[in-house]
Design a protein around this ligand. Structure first.
Ligand code: SF4
Ligand code: SF4
Length: 227
């Protein structure tokens, strides 16, 4: 696979880089750069050099996964580049090529797939109330535990039609809509993306002798999530 050529096929790559002058404005505004050793300006510089070896190193590295895709950099770039689009295209190629398995942050895509990806496909929600495991969010204190235990009372008092056919928040998404949603993921390559993550998850589990199952928050999930 020629990685640079593959990147150039991605519309986000085509739109995201016009003429980077390395001014660093994107890094100055980037919230992720506040917290991590992360510099979108540097990524733009590497991409603009168009050297295959450097692109491969980026695809294997943690760096691209630090971007939270807030898109703040889009509005600030004086040359109308969009680092966020470039990084999205790099992430997609990293997963499609399987190179994300070399990155600790990249491997966390496995936890994200279980936590959000499959939830969207199966329920129509990014985060579904019934899927929330309160142990994973200790920062919420006892509040979420209380809500989980008393949700019938709470939802009734607030008129929330949880899991019912009535309109409103947390309603059950009709099967027809879920089929349509799945079709969108199929034709846009989302399911292929999920399958690739799943494939690497199985390989990684076997190589490291870790238990793995597709939907459960199992040993591999806990390892990746807690890291
Ligand atoms: S992408 Fe834009 S803001 Fe970022 S370094 Fe290049 S020219 Fe500056
Ligand atoms: S989209 Fe990514 S690179 Fe751009 S400002 Fe947000 S976190 Fe930073």
């Amino acid at each position: 696979m020629n990685f640079l050529q593959e990147l150039k096929k991605d519309i986000r790559f085509q739109e995201g880089i016009k003429n980077c002058i390395n001014c660093g404005m994107c890094t100055a505004i980037c919230p992720a750069a506040e917290y991590y050793e992360y510099d979108p300006r540097q990524i733009m510089e590497i991409v603009q050099r168009q050297k295959e070896e450097e692109i491969i190193n980026l695809l294997k590295d943690d760096t691209i996964w630090y971007c939270g895709e807030c898109i703040s950099c889009k509005a600030r770039c004086p040359k109308e580049n969009v680092p966020a689009y470039i990084i999205q295209s790099l992430k997609t190629l990293s997963v499609k090529s399987g190179l994300f398995k070399f990155s600790k942050k990249g491997l966390q895509q496995i936890a994200l797939l279980k936590m959000v990806g499959y939830t969207i496909i199966n329920t129509g929600y990014c985060v579904h109330f019934s899927h929330i495991d309160t142990k994973l969010f200790p920062e919420q204190g006892p509040v979420w535990d209380w809500i989980k235990e008393n949700y019938n009372l709470l939802f009734e008092n607030f008129g929330i039609p949880y899991n019912s056919e009535k309109p409103g928040p947390l309603r059950k998404i009709p099967d027809k809509s879920l089929i349509e949603l799945r079709k969108i993921f199929e034709v846009t390559g989302g399911l292929e993306y999920f399958n690739q993550i799943e494939k690497i998850a199985k390989e990684y589990s076997q190589q490291n002798n870790i238990a793995y199952s597709t939907y459960e928050k199992d040993e591999l999930f806990n390892k990746l999530y807690n890291e």
